[in-house]
Design a protein around this ligand. Structure first.
Ligand code: SF4
Length: 470
């Protein structure tokens, strides 16, 4: 099974040119996955679902295809990242023929009980492709639910009862468009209204709506399914959990800073984290330097809180993608030097505070600290906007191997020595929760607490006696 990491999804019900709009939305969530892109739409002339997908960025997948001429009002889309090398077969949406009709389906997330689901479904007579994807399991569950009840909403409930893990799902059943968010809200999903009564859309982040001038209405609630039409959307409660499990990492790193997610402006949250960090780990220094781009808002907050001026001391080559989501260690090693260059006039002779969102493997930070020293910094102090990432993520972010996490087996002091910094400070878990403005019980903090909001074999569930006071 390919392991999926961050992905972006899109869905639309409009009056014309659905394929072109989907391309725009996918551009707005491109940062969530850069290895493959695809759309599926109901072709009004052929009266069936068609799809276009391929490897690469949105613009390269759709270049040379005149999406404007496609006669479609409804559709879904997906951008994809996997830690395995991609093949076109991994690209979504998947078009799956079931006994109850054709389904197009795409999702962002990880189904934690996928092996058991697949075994059960195969025993019940469902036949899988060679790739045996999670989407096939979901499609077969939907077909079973629909066969029993004749209702897609009941079929979605049937799915939600059996699927465990994280998912933001978009789906077409013939020409009908649905979106569903997992009961904990681990993966983001929001709804927007197009201009001039043009229709309704769903995207992983509000940046996917902004790009086509749509107005953000609200987030899809955890456990909510919506059916989109050009005139509105119908909401259905599919599952209702007492506590949510919003992934804190979306707010700290993954989402674009200009997104509004679960009622929070991501940029402001990051600034508050930086401000809090400056109070928890004060330092005498001359300049705050953000690690671009993900550390920028945290660094502004640190500068505000500490009164130390901020300057752009590291310049980014914007044509190189983020190292965190490069598929192999070898690619990550070389791409650090490709992507950043110090501004010597800002750094030379100065006591520098480097601010970033997180340290995962430590590879990137070690190289950046060395680069800043080579540029003449008198001291290098590192401040980090997430607590030490000490445990794997099983829910859809590329941090599955505990041994690769620098904080998995090392103290903060050991990490400081390893990255070569003069001092190192991480925001505390309590400080992070307060800065994000959620009840801690409504966040997934699994990778920093080793307590997860879903059942993970061999790991602690957060409902067991927690050492954290949320
Ligand atoms: S374990 Fe960490 S990265 Fe994974 S969903 Fe939870 S908070 Fe997000």
């Amino acid at each position: 099974m390919p392991m999926k990491e961050a992905c972006g999804v899109a869905a639309i019900a409009t009056r014309e040119k659905a394929a072109s709009y989907l391309r725009l939305i996918l551009n707005g969530v491109q940062h969530r996955g850069q290895e493959a892109a695809g759309i599926a739409f109901f072709d009004e002339e052929k009266k069936k679902i068609e799809h276009i997908k391929g490897l690469g960025l949105v613009e390269s997948v759709f270049s040379g295809i005149d999406l404007e001429t496609i006669c479609a009002c409804n559709g879904i889309g997906h951008v994809y990242y996997t830690i395995n090398l991609s093949t076109p077969g991994n690209a979504q949406p998947h078009l799956i023929r079931t006994t109850e009709g054709d389904l197009a389906i795409a999702h962002n997330g990880i189904i934690t009980n996928s092996a058991k689901l697949r075994d059960d479904l195969m025993r019940r007579g469902h036949v899988y492709s060679a790739a045996a994807t999670e989407e096939e399991s979901m499609a077969y569950l939907l077909a079973e639910g629909f066969k029993e009840s004749g209702s897609i909403i009941k079929a979605l409930k049937h799915l939600a009862r059996q699927v465990e893990g994280s998912y933001a799902l978009v789906m077409m059943f013939e020409d009908r468009v649905f979106a569903l968010r997992d009961p904990l809200g681990l993966k983001p999903l929001c709804i927007g209204k197009m201009q001039n009564g043009g229709g309704y859309a769903v995207a992983s982040e509000s940046t996917g709506l902004d790009i086509m001038g749509a107005e953000l209405i609200r987030d899809v609630a955890p456990g909510e399914a919506v059916e989109l039409t050009a005139d509105g959307f119908k909401s259905h409660v599919i599952a209702d959990e007492k506590h949510k499990g919003y992934c804190f990492f979306e707010h700290v790193y993954f989402a674009r800073s200009d997104s509004i997610m679960d009622g929070r402006e991501v940029y402001e949250s990051r600034k508050r984290i930086g401000w809090r960090l400056s109070k928890e780990h004060p330092v005498e220094a001359d300049v705050v330097v953000p690690v671009p781009d993900s550390g920028r808002a945290h660094a502004y907050g640190f500068s505000l809180g500490s009164g130390i001026k901020i300057e752009e001391g590291l310049m980014k080559n914007r044509y190189v993608t983020r190292t965190f989501i490069m598929p192999t260690q070898k690619l990550r090693e070389t791409s650090v030097r490709l992507k950043l260059n110090p501004v010597k006039g800002v750094i030379a002779g100065k006591r520098v505070v480097l601010v970033d969102d997180s340290i995962i493997r430590g590879t990137t930070m070690r190289k950046i600290v060395a680069m800043v020293r080579q540029a003449g910094a008198a001291e290098v102090h590192v401040r980090i906007g997430s607590p030490p990432v000490c445990a794997p993520c099983y829910l859809g972010i590329d941090m599955t191997d505990r041994e690769q996490l620098i904080a998995g087996s090392r103290s903060v002091e050991e990490i400081r020595l390893e990255i070569g910094a003069d001092s190192l400070g991480y925001i505390s878990i309590g400080g992070l929760v307060e800065a994000l403005g959620f009840d801690g019980k409504d966040l997934c903090l699994g990778c920093v607490t080793a307590e997860y909001p879903v059942n993970i074999p061999g790991e602690k569930h957060r409902h067991q006696k927690s050492i954290y006071n949320f």
